[in-house]
Design a protein. Structure first.
Length: 69
């Protein structure tokens, strides 16, 4: 009998909505950040995805700016 799956699947790419939820900001603000180059994203066909590590990098930059101010 197979073991039940207890780990969550690895999520490398987030939807724009998931990135917005993670950052606690609106969907349109995520698109603004992508447009101005502050948040990396990729297009897969017609879909826009935000790498999970891009969300972490964005947060690190914000924290570093705050600490150095």
């Amino acid at each position: 009998m197979p073991e039940p799956r207890t780990t969550t699947p690895l999520r490398l790419l987030l939807t724009v909505e998931e990135a917005a939820d993670a950052l606690r900001i609106g969907r349109s603000k995520v698109f603004d950040l992508i447009r101005c180059g502050e948040l990396d994203s990729v297009k897969i066909g017609r879909l826009r995805r935000v790498p999970e590590d891009a969300v972490h990098a964005f947060m690190r930059r914000l924290l570093d700016e705050r600490r150095s101010a």
